[in-house]
Design a protein around this ligand. Structure first.
Ligand SMILES: C[S@@+](CC[C@H](N)C(=O)[O-])C[C@H]1O[C@@H](n2cnc3c(N)ncnc32)[C@H](O)[C@@H]1O
Length: 385
């Protein structure tokens, strides 16, 4: 793992002191969900609230819109259909560097489907600043349609809502199976200066959340099995559903249907940390300067959607979605050999099963939306069960 710079060391130590104070104040331990909330979002200290590059080749990880504009151009085609049907606008949640927004807007302009408004809700002040810089380069008639919100719209709107790799950034709980029972894996202190994992009986809330999952699993989980549980998914989806009058919410993330997510062979769960393009499994190092994520249980997302009176309109792999939205045609339209080779390489990274093609999924949730969605021509909703 690359060493921390002097500034990163200082930042990390400050966050450790903050966490230690919170753990002491809580009587010696906090849940992993509380730890993650602080490590990623504590004002001025958390990973998404402080100034590191985070996303992109000079950051800690790359996302599909950073790998290739082909991703956003395909997505724009899907957005164009929904905008035509609803005469609505676009809301993007967690817009990262703003590159996806820029390419979607450029493509919608080419397609003659520019919405009146492209709203961005971003919890990271630091990333919102980066988005403003990126989108300032758009032509005036396009960039003036972009607005930043500090909360979800109060009045339900029509159109399309987008979130790429946002679900995986919601703080989650960690659990372990011992003698057939579930224990919570929280965070405590070793001495004054190190974080350690703590096992303790879960709250009633977490027991209920786990029961919903465990009763559906086809096989029992082995002793010592560790995994994650994200009860925040439900309220998050419900809050977004509240602001959708008519249209489609498209959620992209790495994830699985429940029976695969909680497969008995996945004994260490799906938690992953990202630091300077290295993925590893230790959330207690590089505090405040590394990302912490887990895969998404898409069955939970579908259940949350149904509870929020949304309809599950589609579930597909990223590869199937991009193919159905014309990625081959877009990549093939290169004007010279250098561009052709570059686009072919980018398309491979987005589409190949060993890269992002299979592990990344897209789920479409809708309200009052009847028209077929082009990106879900090849899908299988039964895979959710
Ligand atoms: C992994 S990054 C993905 C960024 C971007 N969508 C991309 O694909 O490059 C996660 C993004 O979600 C934002 N985020 C995290 N929690 C959020 C929430 N509750 N609402 C909106 N954005 C959130 C982060 O600040 C960050 O921009």
């Amino acid at each position: 793992m690359p060493a921390l710079s002097v500034e990163e060391e200082r930042h990390s130590r400050a966050l450790l002191e903050f966490l230690a104070a919170r753990i002491r104040a809580a009587g010696g331990q906090i849940s992993f969900e509380q730890f993650m909330e602080i490590a990623l979002y504590a004002p001025g200290l958390g990973y998404y609230s402080a100034g590191s590059a985070k996303i992109g080749a000079d950051g800690d990880f790359v996302t599909a819109p950073e790998i290739s504009d082909l991703f956003s151009r395909c997505l724009a085609r899907q957005c164009a259909d929904v905008l035509a049907q609803t005469r609505g606008d676009v809301l993007e949640l967690g817009a990262g560097t703003g590159r996806m927004a820029a390419v979607i807007l450029e493509t919608l302009a080419e397609l003659g489907r520019l919405p009146d408004r492209y709203a961005i809700l971003e919890v990271s002040a630091d990333l919102a600043e980066r988005q403003r810089g990126r989108l300032a380069a758009l032509p005036a008639g396009v960039r003036e349609r972009v607005v930043w919100l500090d909360r979800l719209p109060e009045h339900p709107r029509r159109g399309v809502i987008l979130a790429n790799e946002v679900l995986d950034a919601l703080p989650f709980h960690r659990i372990v199976i011992r003698d057939g029972r579930m224990l919570e894996l929280g965070v405590g202190l070793e001495g004054d200066a190190a974080l350690i994992e703590r096992e303790y009986p879960p709250s009633d809330f977490l027991v209920r959340a786990w029961d919903v999952v465990a009763r559906e699993l086809p096989m029992t989980l082995p002793d010592g099995y560790r995994t994650e549980l994200c009860p925040r998914t439900g309220p998050w989806i419900a809050s977004i559903a509240d602001c959708l009058e008519r249209g489609v919410l498209l959620l992209f993330d790495y994830g699985l249907p429940r029976s695969h997510f909680y497969h008995p062979q996945r004994v260490e769960g799906t938690l992953l940390c990202h630091f300077k393009q290295r993925a590893h499994c230790d959330p207690f190092v590089n505090l405040g300067v590394q990302d912490i994520t887990a895969w998404v249980d898409f069955t939970r997302v579908a259940e949350a959607a149904i509870d929020a009176n949304l309809e599950v309109l589609g579930f597909a792999t990223q590869a199937a979605f991009l193919l159905a939205n014309g990625i081959e045609q877009l990549a093939g339209a290169a004007t010279n050999d250098v561009e052709r080779v570059r686009l072919a390489g980018e398309a491979r990274r987005l589409m190949m099963p060993g890269e992002m093609g299979e592990s990344f999924k897209v789920m479409a949730l809708g309200r009052d939306y009847e028209a077929p969605l082009s990106g879900f021509a090849v899908q299988d909703l039964r895979r959710l069960l």
